[in-house]
Every structure is written in C-alpha cells, then in structure tokens.
Design a protein around this ligand. Structure first.
Ligand SMILES: O=C(O)CCC(=O)C(=O)O
Ligand SMILES: [Fe+2]
Length: 223
C-alpha cells in the first residue's frame, strides 16, 4: 500500500537539512545502478559526511513517526541518500533492487522518499507510481514522505524548472508479505481508534473491522 507520512521532518530538522544541503557532494546517480538506461540524476555518495548527517536526521525522524511503525513494521532501514534533480534530469520507469547492498544485504520491502524542498521550487519531478493501468503522481511538501512497495514500477518525471531534492531510503519489514502487512496495519489502526475512545458507529473503525473480517474470511474460508 502507498502511504503518505506527513511532517516526518519537523521545522527545526528541515532548517538543519537546508543548511547542510549546499555542502553535500553530489555525483552521477548511475554509480549505484551502473547498467541503468533510464537514471539521469545526481546523488550523494554513501561516504559523504554531510549525507551521513542528513541520513541520520532522516532515520531518527522516520523511526519516531507513528505511521511508519503502523504501516511498515520496520526491521531494518537502509542509510538514506540525498538525491538531486536539475532541469532535464529524471529517473525513468524502473523497479528498485530486491536487495539493498549493505553488509549483510537487506531485502527491500518498502521504498521511501522524503521530500526536502518545496514543490514550488521546481516543475515536473513528480514521483509517479504505476498501479495497474493507472499512474499516480506525488509531489509532497518539504518534510513529508511517501512509503510505497518496492515491488512497484515507478519513476521520477523529468524536472523542467528548478531543482528537486529528496532523501531516499528502503525498509526491510518484519512482515514480508504485503497483504499480511496490510491486515496488521489495519488492525493496528483500528486498535488506535478504539484506544482513543471511538464514538459508537465511528465510520473509519467500522470499515476497518469490516475489511479485516471479510479479508480474513476470504483467506481462511474452506471452499
Ligand atoms: O527520488 C525519488 O523520489 C525516488 C527515486 C527512485 O525511484 C530511486 O532512486 O530508486
Ligand atoms: Fe526507485
């Protein structure tokens, strides 16, 4: 499932990132995808010390975001990388690698983009995700993030004006199976609504419970 995580970075962290960004050392993005025919962007090298500081800010911010825990059930999070798209740059349709090349390698279940600059600063540069025949486009406010399954075909549309800057990372979930993960996150959301003291007939709680009951029945029904 695609999930938007709002205000992952708070105002202070965004300001710290803005001050660090001019010092990031960027290189050709193909360094990590040498055979890619569609990747035309800039990215920080993993050894870059300024990237490491931004990555740490991003990791801490994601780790404390309640929606990340509910929807990703993260086991491991890869070190984030700052990416930069100038006019004409793009990352065409592709699927992310199955294994993130850490030691040991990490299976990527979910991909995550944290938008680091304001959408008014550039044209184009939408993160587009294919859902069957549909193409969904996302361009979020600075500090917001999107979480999407690493199995999806996606692209960054060409930037036509200005500069798009984001931090990207990947997550290994405790729950490998996406439909099982969805059941658990619906259950967790329902629990959170109930704990807050839902009003009788709360529509969100009702539809969550109906979905859980129906989909568990579909899974377990002996036909
Ligand atoms: O910059 C983004 O939003 C995602 C880029 C991407 O798809 C990737 O680096 O694999
Ligand atoms: Fe990607």
């Amino acid at each position: 499932m695609i999930r938007l995580l709002s205000q992952v970075l708070n105002a202070g962290e965004l300001q710290a990132v803005r001050e660090l960004l001019p010092q990031v050392g960027f290189g050709d993005g193909r360094i990590t995808n040498q055979s890619s025919q569609v990747k035309r962007n800039l990215q920080a090298s993993q050894e870059d010390p300024v990237n490491a500081r931004i990555a740490q800010l991003a990791r801490d911010a994601l780790a404390r975001h309640p929606d990340l825990r509910i929807h990703a059930m993260p086991r491991t999070m890869a070190r984030a990388t700052v990416v930069r798209y100038e006019p004409g740059m793009t990352y065409g349709w592709h699927v992310d690698e199955a294994l993130f090349p850490s030691t040991p390698p990490m299976r990527s279940d979910l991909s995550c983009t944290i938008f680091l600059n304001d959408p008014t600063e550039y044209d184009g540069g939408e993160l587009m995700i294919q859902l069957g025949a549909q193409e969904l486009a996302y361009k979020l406010n600075a500090g917001d993030a999107i979480l999407y399954p690493s199995t999806t075909i996606h692209q960054v549309a060409p930037v036509t004006r200005g500069v798009r800057i984001a931090a990207i990372t990947w997550l290994h979930s405790w729950i490998a199976d996406a439909s099982q993960r969805e059941l658990l996150s619906q259950l967790d959301e329902a629990r959170a609504i109930a704990v807050r003291g839902a009003a009788p007939g709360d529509p969100r709680l009702q539809v969550l419970l109906e979905s859980l009951k129906t989909n568990l029945f579909r899974m377990w029904a002996d036909t």
